[in-house]
Design a protein around this ligand. Structure first.
Ligand code: RFL
Ligand code: PHB
Length: 389
């Protein structure tokens, strides 16, 4: 097999990159470790920046999003009774789009099928070689055979646990990491949301987030110790804990119901530099992870893809390698700013086990500052709606 760009990973980064390249006349093949059903059963992000939506539009995959998505002009930060409204529209002129990553991924699969792009599911034991040669090779197992895919570039879009990043020799990459001693227990339930905007709530019992996918589908999270297991949390225990962490009005308005999905995600900040090694380029969670507190992970994967698709088209259509050479630096500048924002939001809203009284007082002061300073709210809003690509 031969293609121009071999894409490892059929998540949002890999699919969107492939879609944008195909539309510019660049051939791709996507190798995905698991089945399509498995990819589409993962419940993850739900909040898209305007820049993300614009890129989905220019990729020709926004028809359903434009019909079904919710537009949110702000979010609420709360600690107990206090509810601080961050008015994105007034502060930045921009807003956020509520549309599940699962739906976005399904739309991308449909568009890629219509393009006839080869997507090989359950491709295992991927190995990438000859990255310093004119052409590279990806070896993998598929359908009982060992296969070889020859290509000009390899795009590593295989998430945090993928193989692409690890293909770069240890001495040639630098990793930055911060882990947090808690996770988010998330529940998806077919109930109307308790409030018309997202609520990020900090409390003496820990963090909670009230989010949604639609007017009839809610997504809630609570901070839990990292050693907790989702199966040990009954639906009743979840709803009871959530109610105690939300501000009183939304807590009273909360409709509980059967959890259609329940899982725990650990929180981590991680960057691996650089994003390029010879013919290999990394994008999305393969290169970096943010804690979900700022809703940045998926949006950052999309901004990487924006820079990368331009770079690959330049190289393959015009023989111009400048975009490939500057890709890593260009993407990392935006990545680090989103890292900082996600870390700051995490510190502002979570309770750390064994913390001193000063830490809680600092969270209170940060909320107080948000409440009383429009400058503080604008800074938060500017980052939340997404820095320019
Ligand atoms: P993905 O989605 O992990 O996709 C990578 C794909 O690669 C496949 N793969 C391999 N394929 C071939 N060979 C291998 N060796 C492979 N190893 C792995 C995997 O099966 C998978 O299909 O990475 P990608 O495309 O970079 O996308 C990143 C986003 O998924 C991620 O950043 C977001 O979901 C993060 N995130 C959020 N981001 C936001 O922007 N807004 C949010 O509101 C938001 N909420 C969240 C989140 C992530 C969460 N979890 C569970 C981590 C909420 C949660 C709970
Ligand atoms: C979600 O709806 O899944 C969600 C929303 C906002 C976040 C993280 C996750 O910051």
């Amino acid at each position: 097999m031969r293609t121009e760009v071999a894409i490892i990973g059929g998540g949002p980064a890999g699919l969107l990159l492939s879609q944008l390249l195909n539309r510019a006349g660049v051939d791709t093949v996507i190798l995905e470790r698991v089945s399509r059903d498995h990819v589409l059963s993962r419940i993850r992000a739900g909040v898209l920046e305007a820049g993300t939506v614009d890129l989905l539009r220019s990729a020709g995959v926004s028809a359903r999003l434009d019909r079904e998505a919710l537009i949110h002009d702000g979010v609420v930060l709360s600690d107990g009774e206090r509810m601080v409204h961050i008015d994105f529209r007034a502060l930045t002129g921009s807003s956020m789009t509520i549309y599940g990553q699962t739906e976005m991924t399904a739309d991308l699969y449909a568009a890629q099928d219509a393009m006839g792009t080869p997507i090989l599911h359950e491709a295992s034991d991927v190995e990438i070689d000859d990255l310093d040669q004119e052409n590279s090779v990806v070896r993998f197992h598929h359908g009982g055979d060992t296969k070889h895919l020859r290509c000009r570039f390899v795009a590593g879009c295989d998430g945090f646990h993928g193989v692409s990043r690890r293909t770069i020799p240890v001495g040639k990459r630098r990793e930055f990491e911060r882990t947090y001693p808690f996770g988010w227990l998330g529940v998806l339930a077919k109930v109307p949301p308790c409030h018309d905007e997202l609520i990020y709530a900090t409390s003496a019992r820990g963090f909670a987030l009230a989010s949604m996918r639609s007017k009839t589908l809610s997504r809630y999270y609570i901070q839990v110790p990292i050693k907790d297991r989702a199966e040990d949390w009954s639906d009743a225990a979840f709803w009871s804990e959530l109610t105690r962490r939300l501000p009183p009005g939304p807590a009273e308005a909360l409709t509980t119901g059967l959890a259609v999905e329940k899982s725990i995600a650990p929180l981590r900040s991680f960057v691996s530099e650089p994003l390029r090694w010879g013919n290999l380029v990394l994008a999305g969670d393969a290169a970096h992870i943010v804690p979900p507190t700022g809703a940045k992970g998926l949006n950052l994967a999309v901004s990487d893809v924006f820079y990368l698709h331009e770079a690959l088209i330049g190289a393959l259509k015009r023989g111009d390698m400048a975009g490939i050479e500057s890709y890593s630096d260009r993407a990392l500048r935006r990545i680090w700013k989103a890292m900082r924002f996600s870390w700051q939001m995490t510190m502002m809203l979570h309770r750390f086990e064994g913390e001193d009284s000063f830490a809680a007082a600092m969270r209170g002061a940060m909320l107080e500052h948000q409440q009383t300073s429009e400058t503080a709210r604008r800074e938060l809003a500017e980052n939340y709606v997404g820095l320019p690509f």
